[in-house]
Design a protein around this ligand. Structure first.
Ligand code: AMP
Ligand code: MG
Length: 417
């Protein structure tokens, strides 16, 4: 059952409440070249053997192991370049000049590398070293056999998977559709490039969230649909929200607190049972709301730029990964050793911006500076979010805590905070 909206959830509970409303998107068939970062919806079976034939691992001479004896002279009966095929079976005392990757003729079970031979004339070669007897033939299908599962459903297509699929002549793949994340910033005081003069004159602040949230959405694998900035006005906000209806997730910034200009919370609150929660026991993240508006999951993040970036990482990113079809939604955390003293008095889970430096075997974490949520620079300078659990109100140099490395590529299924 969904928690009562007035309950202050822990960050992990918030993740569960969000993910309970989000399903992986439907599948589509895309050209392989467009599949980077997408997740396979079905197992991929190889239509061919890889390698497709017994082939040479060396430039040299294909021969029978029993003929590969130091001092033996063999008759060179043909030449097989990469791209060529043997025309005959090798008999005793015979060999074929062969190049890496070329099909090994039947009858041969060895390729003697060129450096272990002396070519005597056009038709004869001498074996100088018998080391390669029985070696350097890569058997057909040793990598993958036709008809077997090569990649399983749920696998993300990265560069290596892309190469593997291409090797199997699988030039189209079934993947989950890429989510579209609508991004909306709110606030009378925020402005974009078209009001740069106002910003420079100190009458407005730049909407860094418009850029930060869209970039974070794209970095997580989504398409971003920027809905720009809307003033603190209920009617205008409602009109703008309507533009998000084709999106798979709506992420807004600002307007989630308790002030009378915090219209987003009011809209969410007014829409029946749409709201799942709007406050969390975390910092940043106290005013984070989530609801489902006419079927569209809506995550309302705080306006403070640092809070917006951190809570996007904690709550929006796993949601986007779920939509993409990933099973592992959360970045793996790493143990870090504190390099300084810190106090986190309130009974909240804290996510502090830190830099990480390897010192000996340990990763030492130091705060990027003051942790006020107005410090836009702190997120840009941080390597990781240090997790200080709710039950800790202080920690000192040498203590080990866990941190979410912001460029960590490995993911886990359970929220690690
Ligand atoms: P709010 O959550 O709307 O109360 O906003 C909290 C703080 O974040 C205020 O100081 C705002 O000026 C600032 N803020 C709100 N939206 C943005 C934005 N899009 N970009 C940068 N700062 C913002
Ligand atoms: Mg505001």
């Amino acid at each position: 059952m969904a928690p009562a909206p007035q309950t202050r959830l822990t960050p992990a509970e918030a993740c569960r409440a969000i993910l309970a409303e989000i399903e992986p998107l439907e599948q589509e068939r895309v050209p392989l070249a467009d599949a980077l970062g997408r997740v396979l919806t079905a197992d991929v079976t190889s239509p061919i053997d890889l390698p497709p034939w017994d082939n040479s691992a060396m430039d040299g001479y294909a021969a029978r192991a029993s003929d590969v004896v130091a001092g033996a002279e063999l008759r060179v009966v043909e030449l097989i370049p990469a791209g060529g095929f043997p025309t005959r079976t090798l008999g005793p005392g015979e060999c074929a000049r062969i190049f890496t990757g070329a099909p090994v003729p039947s009858g041969a079970d060895s390729v003697v590398r060129q450096e272990h031979t002396t070519r005597l004339d056009r038709d004869r070669v001498r074996i100088d070293d018998a080391h390669d007897a029985g070696r350097n033939v890569r058997p057909r299908a040793e990598d993958i056999a036709a008809g077997t599962v090569a990649l399983t459903a749920g696998t993300e297509v990265g560069a290596a998977q892309m190469a593997f699929l291409a090797a199997m002549a699988t030039f189209e793949v079934e993947v989950h559709r890429r989510p579209t994340v609508a991004i909306l910033s709110t606030g009378d005081e925020v402005a974009d490039e078209d009001e740069r003069e106002e910003i420079l004159a100190g009458r407005k602040i730049a909407s860094s969230n418009t850029y930060g949230m869209a970039a974070a959405a794209i970095a997580a694998g989504a398409d971003a649909l920027s809905l720009g900035i809307v003033r603190d006005d209920q009617a205008q906000i409602r009109d703008r929200l309507a533009l998000a209806d084709a999106a798979d997730l709506l992420v807004t910034s600002g307007g989630m607190s308790v002030g009378e200009h915090d219209h987003l919370r009011a809209i969410l609150e007014a829409s029946g049972d749409a709201m799942r929660f709007w406050r969390l026991r975390s910092r940043p993240g106290a005013p984070v709301g989530f609801g489902v508006l006419d079927g569209l999951p809506w995550l309302g993040l705080p306006g403070n730029p640092v809070s917006a970036m951190v809570t996007f990482e904690l709550f929006a990113r796993p949601a986007i990964r779920r939509l993409l079809g990933h099973r592992r939604l959360f970045r793996r955390t790493v143990p870090v050793v504190l390099g300084e003293r810190l106090e986190t008095p309130a009974r909240l889970t804290h996510f502090l911006r830190v830099t990480l430096i390897e010192e000996g075997d340990a990763l030492v974490a130091r705060l990027t500076g003051p942790q006020g949520s107005g410090f836009v620079s702190s997120m840009a300078r941080s390597d990781a979010l240090l997790i200080v659990p709710e039950d800790r109100d202080e920690a000192g140099p040498g203590d080990t805590l866990r941190a979410i490395r912001l460029n960590e590529a490995a993911h886990v299924t359970e929220a690690p905070f």
